[in-house]
Design a protein around this ligand. Sequence first.
Ligand SMILES: Cc1cc2nc3c(=O)[nH]c(=O)nc-3n(C[C@H](O)[C@H](O)[C@H](O)COP(=O)(O)OP(=O)(O)OC[C@H]3O[C@@H](n4cnc5c(N)ncnc54)[C@H](O)[C@@H]3O)c2cc1C
Length: 384
Amino acid sequence: MDYELTQEQKDIQRAAREFIQGEYDKEKILAWEETHTFPREIWKKACQLGFVGIHFPEEYGGQGYGVTENILIVEEFCRKDSGVGVALSLADFSSEVVLRFGTDEQKKKYLLPVARGEFISGGAYTEPDHGSDITLMATTAARQGDFFVINGTKTFITNGSLADFFVVLCQTDPNMKPSYRGQCTIIVDKGAKGLEATEILPKMGIRMTSTAELSFSDVRVPVSQLLGEENKGFYQVLDFFDESRIEIAAQALGIAQGAFDRTLDYVKQREQFGKKLADFQITQHKLADMATKIEAARLMTYKAAWNYDQKRIDPKLTSMAKMFAARAAVEVADEAIQMHGGYGYMTEYEVERFYRDAKITEIYEGTREIQKNTIASALIGKLR
Ligand SMILES: Cc1cc2nc3c(=O)[nH]c(=O)nc-3n(C[C@H](O)[C@H](O)[C@H](O)COP(=O)(O)OP(=O)(O)OC[C@H]3O[C@@H](n4cnc5c(N)ncnc54)[C@H](O)[C@@H]3O)c2cc1C
């Protein structure tokens, strides 16, 4: 057993930390947050330096690293700033579905620009009436000669107003029983005729990302945009979640650590009753509890990533890491506000933003309850 990161992984972690420290301009970030603006200039530089898509193979613009190296970057970015970190982490959202199931041509067409910082990607699974349960999709893709004709509505789609392409889960055979055996994932380009994105505003947190409703009205897409085998879409999305949920756990971990860092600094300098807050035993115990939760979240997240990179795909462990890290982030950020007192409630001190940004990690990519279902199914022995 070896709990150490390799020297190469430590170097990547340090490089990510140094980069994001250097790019951090608090005033600018607060302005982006207020105006719901994607941090495009930081994203561009992050891509140029190879932080986005580091886990893609070299021929598709990456550096051939694994999930572990990718999540080390996500953690560092979210630790420095929850809003910027999540926005950068999600800029290539769902491109892994292309990576895993796309043809060589599709990978070159879509992944190279993602890694270069020319394309932002999105994944459209959720629908107004189908969120946790994606076994039946109301969005249909009907085959007409060499085209699919897509109709339907997707909601809460990250990068919805920004993305250059979307991986869209569609029902291709509505009569298939069970219904999830009649689904496909199809790549749809921005600007396709009949595709409209409507931003959903305002929202609680992650305000530097776009969240939009996508409406598909007779959108014609060549069959060459189909990902992988026909009728395997549902399984492809579940496979993708096995990886992407580890990335969400890393977002949560970084957010928790960032809220903790600010709190530790604060209690060492703030005085009440003639003492530093850090001198009160209750403060010390709170710090100990927060740090313990973060450490446990880190161990689970890194283990899930390591397992994944060893090709020991373990949905149970992934769900455990995602669920635990997300709860830890919400609890740590909540305590961080409490320990800052009234200042914590103010935007300037940032921890309120970490709190608002933490909450989404318990909702997207499967809610806490859905992670529990996955864990329990694996324990009981009837997973998939
Ligand atoms: C900011 C944001 C960004 C998002 N980005 C994307 C994206 O990029 N792409 C995308 O496709 N989706 C995205 N989503 C959607 C997200 O994945 C869904 O909101 C989430 O999966 C829950 O679905 P729902 O909102 O329909 O809630 P519902 O499924 O209606 O769930 C409501 C409640 O019921 C619980 N529940 C549901 N089923 C069960 C069950 N079987 N057992 C116990 N409890 C259950 C849930 O846990 C939840 O507490 C995003 C959402 C948000 C808010």
